[in-house]
Design a binder for this molecule. Structure first.
Ligand code: ARG
Length: 566
């Protein structure tokens, strides 16, 4: 919590008969100059005191005793009590706190002892890891880091799509048209090509569909040759996914995919039947959800096959038993909203109280300019190609801007990948993202490179100064640029609280843009290395060191690295 807001709430709580948390909610941050840095409206108190709000404001101000260090002045203006922050105290306190806590600055322990399961990424084998799964991966990864930062134990699960009728199709296609060498060379893409070919051929020859269903059934029954192929496809695909995760710097605690639940399904189905919530409809086993006005969950088809939803019910129960989570998040596109509504309702009527701890975290589509995605038609863009392109484009920019940079390749990776992650995360997740190369790589735009560059610039200034900063006096910093920057830094923890509450990394991303802008404004107006007064120079160096730390902490919560030179 902003330290100064806490202080203001604390003073007020001595005079006003409401809860301190409520006071914090009521305290406003005026946009206009001359109305204080924080303002408390007294309207809410009129009833209790039976007085006009301006009078209440005046009486409180008149009776205020000593103000805390962070507050320099309190005055009543109409119905408001306006508080002014003691700038130099705030700056000094904030800077000291950041430099003292370092990588932990902004973190909390509110999650101590609690476990959160986050289900994210989950690409489908035999279909490519398309750019569509990128959103889930980066949003999920950021939510992972944000929870961890607040002390939660986090379990990241990659619920790989490694089961389902598509395997019947790919195995049929491979048997008919497949080639081992090509499979080894580029498995994900090759399996996808086979998948596309299958659909093309099936349009001419509908019997193929039946054949694929038959093959999938054999796979489910454990027919040796089918299982062997499935294993091979899965292994090769996972190896390739892992290369992508490595590039993105994303890790998981579990790769238990859909297939893992295959032999647990009978138990789950029996449990659900024993609870009396299932019925047979046209030969299929379903959970009727008519009373909630949503379509039924299909548990088992007439031919005995289970479905995506069955596996998710099974997985949820398994995870509760295994991790005893306090919260479980599913980071999955909004096109699956109905699926999760059905899933949670089914858990609810089955009497699993913890259904209310499960939450779908939806997001919109990710599109390239002028392109729609369809797995079947083959118009998909491959994520690894996108990542390589980002690295290459960034390398070109670096060659132009800073050809002597020592570790160009590594920096190009950090910046290129960062640009993609940020290009996604800086948008509100529920909205669709239109992906535009020029925009996301613009070093002066609202991008990762802009934030990273601000950080690298700070590192470079600190390198040039070298040596300890022993002499510094925060009270010499009097400009709005310095104060604005410090205030922004002091607000970091509030921002992360908001991001956690709304499960929106975009809140952190927007904050970092603001912080980087505040820094650049400051740097444009206030000399640092060239400042002649040593104590002021020292203070400014401290302030930018704190800024650099917060930029780095924030980027890391998005899963983005912060190179020291670029
Ligand atoms: N593999 C699925 C898809 O691509 C996403 C899985 C999400 N997680 C889950 N537990 N349903 O559509």
């Amino acid at each position: 919590m902003e330290s100064y807001k806490n202080d203001v709430a604390l003073i007020l709580s001595k005079y006003i008969n409401i809860d301190i948390e409520k006071i914090k909610e009521l305290v406003e941050t005026p946009n206009k100059k001359g109305f204080g840095d924080l303002a408390f409206p007294t309207f809410t108190q009129a009833k209790e005191y039976r007085k006009a709000p301006p009078l209440i404001a005046k009486e409180i101000v008149d009776s205020l005793e000593e103000l805390p260090q962070t507050i320099s002045k309190a005055e009543n203006v109409g119905p408001y009590i306006n508080f002014y922050i003691n700038n130099s105290v705030l700056i000094e306190k904030t800077v000291k706190e950041v430099l003292d806590k370092g990588a932990n600055y902004g973190g909390e322990d509110q999650g101590e002892g609690k476990t959160v399961v986050i289900d994210f990424s989950a690409p489908n084998i035999a279909k490519p890891f398309g750019i569509g799964h990128l959103r889930s991966t980066v949003i999920g990864n950021s939510l992972y880091k944000i929870h961890e930062f607040f002390g939660y134990k986090v379990v990241g699960i990659n619920h790989i799509g490694d089961w389902g009728t598509q395997f019947g199709k790919v195995i049929v296609a491979y048997d008919k048209w497949g080639n081992d060498d090509e499979l080894e060379r580029d498995p994900v893409k090759y399996l996808y090509q086979l998948y596309v070919k299958f659909h093309d051929e099936a349009e001419k020859n509908p019997d193929l569909e039946e054949e694929a269903r038959e093959v999938f059934k054999e796979l489910e029954e454990g027919v040796d040759d089918r299982v062997k192929k499935w294993k091979l496809f899965r292994e090769l695909s996972l190896a390739e996914y892992n290369r992508i995760y490595e590039k993105l710097n994303v890790t998981f605690d579990s790769f238990k995919g859909e297939q893992f639940y295959n032999d647990k399904m009978t138990d789950t189905i029996e449990t659900l039947i024993s609870k009396g919530i299932t019925e047979i409809s046209k030969g299929a086993l379903i959970i009727n959800l008519d009373m909630f006005d949503i379509p039924p969950v299909l548990l088992r088809k007439k031919d005995g096959a289970t479905l995506y939803a069955t596996r998710d019910l099974c997985a949820a129960i398994y995870r509760k038993e295994t991790y005893d989570f306090d919260k479980m998040l599913y980071v999955v596109g909004s096109e699956q909203s109905l699926h999760f509504k059905q899933l949670f309702k089914a858990l609810a009527i089955a009497g699993f109280e913890w259904h209310k701890d499960c939450q779908h975290v939806p997001f919109g589509l990710f599109r390239f300019k002028e392109q729609k995605m369809s797995t079947r038609k083959g118009t998909l863009i491959f994520l690894d190609e996108v990542l390589s392109k980002a690295e290459q484009l960034t390398k070109d920019i670096i060659e132009e801007k800073n050809p002597n940079l020592p570790n160009k390749d590594e920096v190009a990776r950090q910046v290129g990948i960062g640009a993609i992650i940020f290009g996604d995360l800086s948008n509100d997740r529920v909205k669709d993202v239109v992906f535009d190369w020029d925009k996301i790589l613009d070093f002066n735009g609202e991008t990762a490179p802009y934030v990273q560059y601000s950080h690298a610039r700070i590192c470079s200034i600190l390198r040039k100064h070298s040596g300890q900063i022993t002499n510094w006096d925060a009270s010499l910093m009097k400009s709005e640029y310095e104060f604005g920057l410090a205030k922004r830094i002091a607000n970091f923890n509030v921002v992360i609280n908001d991001a956690l509450r709304d499960l929106k990394p975009s809140i952190v991303a927007r904050y970092l843009l603001d912080l980087a802008k505040d820094f650049n404004r400051f740097y444009h107006n206030c000399p640092v290395l060239k400042e002649e007064n040593d104590s002021l120079k020292g203070a400014r160096l401290k302030l930018i060191a704190a800024t650099g730390q917060v930029l780095k902490n924030g980027l890391s919560l998005l899963g983005i690295e912060a190179p020291e030179e670029m």
